[in-house]
Design a protein around this ligand. Structure first.
Ligand SMILES: Nc1ncnc2c1ncn2[C@@H]1O[C@H](COP(=O)(O)OP(=O)(O)OP(=O)(O)O)[C@@H](O)[C@H]1O
Length: 346
């Protein structure tokens, strides 16, 4: 493990088990590593386990979801071994979250200023009321909102402003890592663009690392350094964004996703989407979970599940028997080192 890795997950399995019927195995043997200051994108269709993974990475899983296997470490510290107090100290100050619905993240009955106040009072007890107010105003200003809005209730703000407030709150205590789950999906395209630019600018200025989760892979091509593509609970491709952007996607699912969304900028392409539906995550399939929808399927795909394997040099991993590469490029992934797991890249 190299020093600049902030957040690392290995062999993460998450199961929703209500006690009735077959449990849903929503995340399977997932590994990700986030380096200091980078933006790692995680993409995939609805229901492939992205949000569940976000909750697992931040230790926010709620029953019936549970971490059935795996580890998540922040700066080498096991997040799941921390007691309540230690976990509380980590939240907001080291690791914070921005989820899709800003309306749900904000308390509807208190002012924005009061909500900033609560964060500072809980985590920075030495700050005076004047300092808290000044800092909250600064944070609002930083995300392009007039500090007078500290007196507003959430319903008095537009959707875009609310989402900006949530981002400012996530950054309030200068965290190292911010996990963002579809932070702009509910917003119109223009506001979405503005907020993405804002996140980029803040990241450059403040140096925090981001895990950015979205169903829109094209969006990640613009903002991420590296990306992971999830399908049916597993990472099926893990790559430097530049390679995917240059047309080097290895997995047929990644290529299908790229065709499924219009680029945020640039020309309107022929949007073909991917026929069919993702599989039921309660069922275990012997082969590749994508086989039924895959344009490149071969017999072996239905019989044997492809492992996530390194392809060629650099950060290029794919779980596909027929990924577009020369067969001699493919090498088996060593299992013995903590950094190089069978279940994913490191
Ligand atoms: N509370 C729950 N109880 C049972 N199963 C659940 C629950 N929440 C999610 N799931 C299942 O877990 C799987 C993964 O869901 P998850 O929300 O993580 O996917 P996602 O990729 O984030 O999708 P979306 O973009 O729609 O949020 C789905 O099959 C879903 O049905």
């Amino acid at each position: 493990m190299t020093d600049d890795i902030l957040l690392a997950a290995h062999h993460v399995d998450v199961v929703y088990d209500t006690g009735e019927g077959t449990p849903t195995h929503a995340v399977r043997d997932v590994a990700v590593e986030l380096r200091r200051g980078e933006l790692l994108g995680i993409a995939g269709e609805s229901g492939c386990g992205k949000s569940t993974l976000a909750y697992a990475l931040t230790r926010l899983l709620q029953p019936p979801a549970r971490l059935a296997a795996g580890t998540v470490t922040l700066d080498g510290q096991d997040l799941y071994a921390l007691d309540r107090e230690a976990l509380r100290a980590v939240r907001w100050t080291r690791l914070s979250m921005v989820f899709q619905s800003a309306m749900n993240a904000l308390n509807p009955v208190t002012t924005v200023g009061r909500q900033f106040d609560d964060i500072f009072r809980a985590h920075r007890p030495a700050m005076t009321a004047t300092e808290r107010r000044a800092k909250a105003g600064e944070l609002l200003d930083m995300v392009g909102i007039d500090p007078s809005r500290l007196r507003s209730h959430p319903h008095e703000l537009s959707g875009g402003m609310r989402q900006r407030v949530v981002i400012a709150m996530a950054l309030a205590l200068d965290p190292d890592v911010v996990v963002m789950d579809e932070p702009t999906t509910a917003l119109d395209v223009v506001v979405q663009r503005e907020i993405l630019d804002e996140i980029e600018e803040l990241r450059e200025r403040l140096g925090f690392a981001v895990i950015f989760i979205t169903h829109d892979l094209n969006l990640l091509l613009e903002i991420s350094d590296r990306l992971a593509v999830m399908y049916a609970g597993r990472i099926v491709e893990y790559a430097d964004t530049a390679r995917i952007a240059e047309g080097g996607a290895l997995h047929p699912y990644t290529r299908g996703l790229l065709r499924s969304f219009p680029a945020l900028t640039g020309d309107r392409r022929d949007l073909r989407g991917i026929p069919g539906q993702p599989p039921d995550l309660r069922l275990a399939t012997p082969g590749c979970a994508f086989a039924d929808r895959c344009e490149a399927v071969v017999e072996r795909c239905r019989a044997q599940r492809p492992e996530l394997e390194r392809v060629g040099e650099g950060l290029s991993w794919a779980a596909c028997h027929v990924a577009r590469h020369h067969p001699s490029d493919r090498q088996a992934v060593p299992t013995e080192s903590a950094g190089q797991t069978r279940g994913g890249p490191a």
